[in-house]
Design a protein around this ligand. Structure first.
Ligand code: COA
Length: 191
């Protein structure tokens, strides 16, 4: 059965607001289920998501709409690299895409008090993943932050796996930028 889009929920008068928060342990199976619906993301084990929900709650985000978990970000601060936040996975449920949710989760994450010292956001983007690239570019542009790219993992680094290159995508100057809204209002904000 297809799920209603956020616009449909809004039209139906759903009075629930989108909530952005740190994940709880109980979210791990639902995060696993969400990521399984979000190719080309690599699906990690439920155990890996439990670890993220246990050890990395300060740098991970879930987006809830009522009982539904519609979005997830895993991220961490790489050891010995103060001021850097590495965003690992961003997943938005199919029904909620294209409405700014991915970008809003990023904004929520870098606006957390514990992340205030972060100046550089890093992630990797596969060359064919246009939605991912566009989301990070829009996030950077809204904050007047600079973007640079460099090779990080080549396809051959994944052994026999059928995997694209992963290009390191760096967004510089987060501290200088205002923690603002995305440049245009998005539909889900009206829910
Ligand atoms: C990538 C993903 C997280 C984007 O989430 P989203 O909530 O739809 O993204 P947003 O609505 O915040 O989009 C942000 C920007 O990207 C653009 N964008 C989003 N999806 C797009 C698409 N399919 N094609 C072109 N542009 C797109 C939006 O137009 C917006 O730009 P704008 O503000 O300049 O208009 C979502 O498509 C997804 O979960 N994909 C599968 C998993 C994945 O590839 N994750 C990323 C790798 S970590």
């Amino acid at each position: 059965m297809s799920r209603p889009s956020l616009n449909a929920l809004a039209a139906a008068g759903a009075a629930l607001a989108m909530q952005f928060c740190a994940p709880r342990l109980a979210d791990a199976p639902r995060i696993h289920a969400l990521v399984s619906q979000c190719p080309p993301l690599d699906l990690n084990s439920t155990y890996a998501y439990l670890l993220l929900c246990h050890h990395f709650t300060d740098t991970c985000v879930v987006a809830r709409h009522g009982q539904e978990l519609l979005g997830f970000i895993s991220a961490y601060q790489p050891p010995h690299r103060p001021g850097v936040l590495f965003v690992w996975q961003v997943a938005v449920a199919k029904a909620a895409r294209g409405e700014g949710l991915g970008q809003q989760m990023l904004i929520h994450l870098v606006s957390r008090p514990g992340i205030a010292g972060i100046d550089l956001l890093e992630t990797t983007v596969s060359p064919s993943n246009i939605p991912s690239r566009r989301m990070f570019e829009a996030f950077a542009a809204a904050r007047d932050a600079q973007v640079s790219e460099a090779p990080l993992f080549a396809a051959r680094d994944f052994g026999g796996e059928d995997h694209e290159d992963e290009v390191l995508f760096r967004i510089h100057g987060l501290r200088a930028a205002p923690s603002g809204e995305p440049r245009r209002p998005h539909e889900f904000a009206r829910l």
